[in-house]
Design a protein around this ligand. Structure first.
Ligand code: PBG
Ligand code: ZN
Length: 343
């Protein structure tokens, strides 16, 4: 029997009733906080296109991690901005490189309380800003993948808990797994940026990481946004190469890909809500056109609803704070679970 006997509104009558029936949970533990560490920074340098985001020094990144931990966030992902960029991306695997130093400092101070993920790529370290080695105007695949293996080993040696290759080189996960295992890091997981699209939403990140390609674009390695099936192909390949977790990127405009991936694979799936998404929301909020806490909660919950196990977001700290407040959490989070810090 349909209306008037069937009435969905019966289940929406009171806040408690609605809370009882919420299907999707978002908590600070689902969030990964991206941080930029710049060799040249002695204090935090604001990133103009990403209000609230900074290029950190080692000291200021430690403060950020402490804040995140207090808010119940369990993981950070680190991006390095080195002083020296060259064709071989040597600063990416230097044991005293900025990312290696930052990783060591965070692990020394916070131990196993904070999961440190390192972005494993070359674009911040090459003078041309491409994610691989360039020869004759082409981004070489296998030599780049091998170099990524070397970078991953240096990150694991510095104490990284997870390495996250983002270069979109074919076979990069296999190279990295092989080289990590050879170096005695068989216990270090790989979170593969598997379905990473050549998106226009990365522009603010490239300001923050100083990694805009000096010629051409990333279309020969990152995916064409017209394609859906190709994403699954990339994901399955990475899982076959023993990726422990995979990632879909960006989030906004790509939730079809995210949902399909989550329905298909049996490894944890993370989504990267990228810089341009953050900046879009910030800009609209600064104009007073959107309510920042509410739009952010709605969006992050939508990514969880699509199936994401975890969400990488520049808004992690803000979101964790808003989740502590019933008014902005939307009844989503049980009050006794919102405070992740131990005391
Ligand atoms: C580096 C990398 C990029 C992002 C994460 N890792 C930039 C790119 O591919 O140009 C983008 C993240 C963001 O926009 O927030 N390969
Ligand atoms: Zn890159």
């Amino acid at each position: 029997m349909t209306f008037p006997f069937t009435r969905p509104r019966r289940l929406r009558r009171t806040p408690a009733l609605r809370s009882l029936l919420q299907e999707t949970i978002l908590q600070p533990r689902h969030l990964v906080y991206p941080l930029f560490v710049a060799e040249k920074s002695t204090e935090p340098v604001p990133v103009a296109s990403m209000p609230g985001v900074f290029q950190h020094s080692i000291d200021s990144v430690l403060n950020e991690v402490a804040d995140a931990l207090k808010l119940g966030i369990k993981a950070v992902i680190l991006f390095g901005v080195p002083d020296e960029k060259n064709p071989e991306a040597t600063a990416a695997f230097d044991e005293h490189g900025i990312i290696q130093q930052a990783t060591k400092a965070i692990k020394e101070r916070f131990g196993d309380d904070m999961v440190v993920i390192t972005d494993t790529c070359l674009c911040e370290y090459t003078h041309h800003g491409h994610c691989g080695i360039v020869m004759g105007g082409h981004v070489l695949n296998d030599p780049s993948a091998e170099l990524l293996g070397k970078v991953a080993v240096s990150q694991a040696a510095a104490g990284a808990d997870i390495v996250a290759p983002s270069a979109m080189m074919d076979g990069q996960v296999a190279y990295i797994r092989d080289m990590l295992d050879d170096a005695g890091y068989e216990h270090i997981p790989i979170m593969a940026y598997s379905a990473k699209y050549a998106s226009n939403l990365y522009a603010p990140f490239r300001d923050a990481a100083e990694s805009t390609p000096s010629f051409g674009n990333r279309a020969t390695y990152q995916m064409d946004w017209h394609n859906r099936r190709e994403a699954l192909r990339e994901v399955v390949l990475d899982v076959t190469e023993c990726a422990d977790m995979i990632m879909v990127k960006p989030g906004l405009f790509y939730q079809d890909i995210l949902a399909q991936t989550c329905d298909t694979v049996d490894v944890p799936v993370f989504v990267y809500s990228v810089s341009g998404e953050y900046s879009l929301f910030k800009a609209a909020a600064q104009q007073g056109w959107l309510d920042e806490p509410l739009i952010t909660m709605e969006y992050l919950t939508a990514l969880r609803r699509a199936g994401a196990d975890g969400i990488i977001t520049y808004a992690a700290k803000d979101a964790a704070r808003w989740l502590q407040d019933e008014a902005t959490a939307g009844g989503n989070v049980p009050p006794d679970n919102t405070h992740g810090d131990k005391e």
